[in-house]
Write a protein that binds this ligand. Sequence first.
Ligand SMILES: [Zn+2]
Length: 382
Amino acid sequence: MLKPISLLLSLPLLTWSTIASSQDFDQTPNWPLCGHISEAPPTGWVDTDGCPKERWGRSDYTDLPLSSTFGPRQKASSGYRYDYHRGIDIPTPIGTPIFAIADGIVKIAGNHSAYSDPLIQIRHYRPGYSSCKNVGCYYSNYLHLNSWIVSVKQRVNKGELIGYTGVSNSGFAHLHLEIRNSPSFDYYSVWQRDAIHPLHVLPYSDTSVPSISFDAVNTSIPNSPVVQVTVTTPRLDVTGIVLLIYDEAYQLVNQPGNISDALGYKVNPTWFDMDIWNFQYTHKNSSRFPWESFGECPYHDEHGSNYEPNVHLDEQAPDDSHVGLFNGVKIAPARYNARTTNYSLSLTFNELNGPAQCIEAYVFLAAGKTASEQWGDCSALK
Ligand SMILES: [Zn+2]
């Protein structure tokens, strides 16, 4: 019998519920493009925005499917290396109208040295706040724009036309949408490490249950089991996978836990969380962030010559077990593109404590739901 336990609740999973009911930020933002399948036109929408009313509610005019979702992915454009994608990609013809997903203030409109292509960045306050100070803020980034019609410091409403889509420098016509979430201890931060899964925010209607498979469980060294799990689903909002390991007495086996390792990182090798992974392992030049105190990334010597510090997940050498091995979790490239029907993510958990009589794998979804699967003899699990 599977049961939610306090361990799961105690994990520092980032959830959208923390920003419910904002005066400035709607907790049900709309999709950024014209014509999401399940939506009516947003408030503020007008005919002259260039998004005909006929598009709304039609399956042939939709923001879906995405061509890439948030998290580790293979990059066809880079010879199938993999990177960490910090947004979602919505393929769309150049010149498609873009709407603000929620009320906010424009911080960037056009070119910016930190971004490869023109973008619009909108800042959204947290619920009940009118400043980022001490609490942080949310930001939405709309990237690879063809043109923009708003300017810096302009206040925009949810659903307001802000610009038009363009093409990335790789030649792919799409909108890259990001949500960044600055932490309270670094409240003006809006770095890549602050990016969270956008499907925490956007309405997402797929309610199907992902399939979870235990591909390999090696218990030949009983106190150091190695567990490979694959999640396969048509959904694109997988945000994390957590293992619970039980011994012969069906007691939870104590794992290294949510404590700092020798390098100052909070390491718990039984979980992989997209948002937390990005937050911990993306470089940031800030005295508030551990990378700076180390001087360099602790894995730096193991990176190949083509390593990109803001990617920090580079499989130039796919047989090198150190590459992509973080928190004791080896992340295989997620396989997905617009022409496949399933998203597939394989993780190998390397630094576990055993023995393992029974293992439960929980999959977290941005919609707030979970799915689970068991391995071994879990019959006596209470
Ligand atoms: Zn993208």
